[in-house]
Design a binder for this molecule. Structure first.
Ligand code: NAD
Ligand code: DAO
Ligand code: ZN
Length: 378
């Protein structure tokens, strides 16, 4: 406590180069901050996207990683909600809970902006970094998490405290993709019993949409992917109809879904990040009331389009960040449901690795079509 820790981290020195395992210095947490021992980290496409250099806001050198399970090592002054030894999931969407935070006080959103500006600039709320090389060069933070390191420092308001019985190499998934897909259905769209649903993209996010639609007793669940290997798991999780757009080349996929349902589906979800697919998802939503939710993160600069007539005739377009969950309030509940056996997620972990230096192998695995989540335990 109170001392600099030297530990291993997978450092992204520059865009489009493999991560380099280095010994780095992690400063003690300052006011309102928490230092975490990272136990397990799942790879997410956003880490890889930023590493690729395509994210114009990516800063280098940095420590990526934002889907993790960790144990509190020490806390800075003024921290009251966590103590050393507690299990936490660091969350890139914080929740300050301040009486003056209109976002935290509103039930309509989870987008607390308290540390948004500094998080976007790769630094802690005081404007500085807690990471440096052994010769003192600062290394940027990422998404308020930076979990590709054995130790990291995050804001207290980014820490969701979870059960100390939880296996962190599984519940780390609640730090991003799985929570997001579940929340898109359960929270952002509040899908009701008997609804019809279409999901585009069957990675961990889209499959979590299928899983949640089943939990909500959706009547019909269309699962769409260009990779047919994804259909087996989709059916296991509750998909009733699997569609591969490549099998129906002469008909837009939205038309296929509208024809199969007469007027379209009550809810549709994009979990691909492809703006053409977002359009198809909107256009397969039900005349009069269909809601389409954008989950996928499009590449920088991409625009969505549709004919305004689609909206005039009753479809609406919305989006979700982190499934609409208020991180510190809701993530512990998701973990409890998992611990009670009501919310299985182990099936998303398709690849496992050991040690910070294996993160490059995990990135490689993520690029292969059969990987949902690759978890690296440190
Ligand atoms: P993934 O790459 O594992 O899955 C994407 C799936 O889409 C793949 O199975 C792929 O075969 C399929 N696909 C690609 N092109 C397609 C097309 N034209 N038609 C149908 N299917 C197609 O990714 P993931 O981890 O499941 O994440 C999905 C998306 O969600 C990503 O864009 C990610 O950045 C985003 N995401 C958003 C949030 C948020 O808060 N909004 C959080 C996490 C992830
Ligand atoms: O508060 O303005 C803000 C930043 C919002 C961040 C929401 C990010 C949602 C998408 C993240 C994708 C992670 C894979
Ligand atoms: Zn807030």
């Amino acid at each position: 406590k109170g001392k600099v820790i030297e530990c291993k981290a997978a450092v992204a020195w520059e865009a489009n180069k493999p991560l380099v395992t280095e010994t780095i210095r992690v400063d003690p947490p300052k006011e309102g901050e928490v230092r975490l021992k990272v136990v397990a980290n799942a790879l997410c496409h956003t880490d890889v996207y930023t590493l690729s250099g395509q994210d114009p806001e990516g800063l280098f050198p940095c420590i990526l990683g934002h889907e993790a399970g960790a144990i509190v090592e020490s806390v800075g002054p003024g921290v009251t909600s966590v103590q050393p030894g507690m299990y936490v999931i660091p969350c890139y969407t914080p929740q300050c809970k301040d009486a003056a935070c209109i976002f935290c006080q509103s039930p309509k959103t989870n987008l607390c902006p308290k540390i948004r500006a500094t998080q976007g600039r790769g630094v802690m709320p005081d404007g500085t970094s807690r990471f440096s090389t052994l010769d003192g060069k600062p290394i940027y933070h990422f998404m308020g998490c930076s979990t590709f390191a054995e130790y990291t420092v995050v804001a207290e308001i980014s820490c969701a405290v979870v059960s100390e019985k939880a296996p962190l190499d599984k519940v780390c998934l609640f730090g991003c993709g799985v929570s997001t897909g579940l929340g898109a259905v359960l929270k952002t769209c509040a899908v009701e019993e008997g609804a019809s649903v279409a999901v585009f993209g069957l990675g961990a996010v889209g499959l979590a949409v299928v899983q949640a639609a089943k939990i909500r007793k959706a009547r019909r669940i269309f699962a769409v992917d260009t990779n047919p290997k994804k259909f087996e798991m989709a059916v296991q999780l509750g998909a009733t109809d699997c569609l591969n757009p490549n099998d129906i080349p002469d008909k837009p996929i939205q038309q296929v879904i509208v024809e199969a349902t007469t007027w379209g589906v009550d809810y549709s979800f994009d979990a691909t990040g492809n703006v053409e697919v977002m359009r198809a998802a909107l256009e397969c939503a039900h005349r009069g009331w269909g809601v389409s939710c954008v989950i996928g993160v499009a590449a920088s600069g991409k625009l969505i389009q549709t004919r305004p007539f689609q909206l005039i005739t009753g479809r609406s377009w919305k989006g979700t960040a982190f499934g609409g969950w208020k991180s510190r309030t809701d993530v512990p509940d998701l973990v409890d449901q998992y611990m009670d056996g009501k919310l299985p997620i182990d099936h998303y972990v398709t690849h496992s690795f050991e040690g910070v230096s294996a993160i490059n192998d995990a990135i490689h695995a993520l690029h292969e079509g059969d990987c949902l989540r690759a978890v690296v335990s440190y």
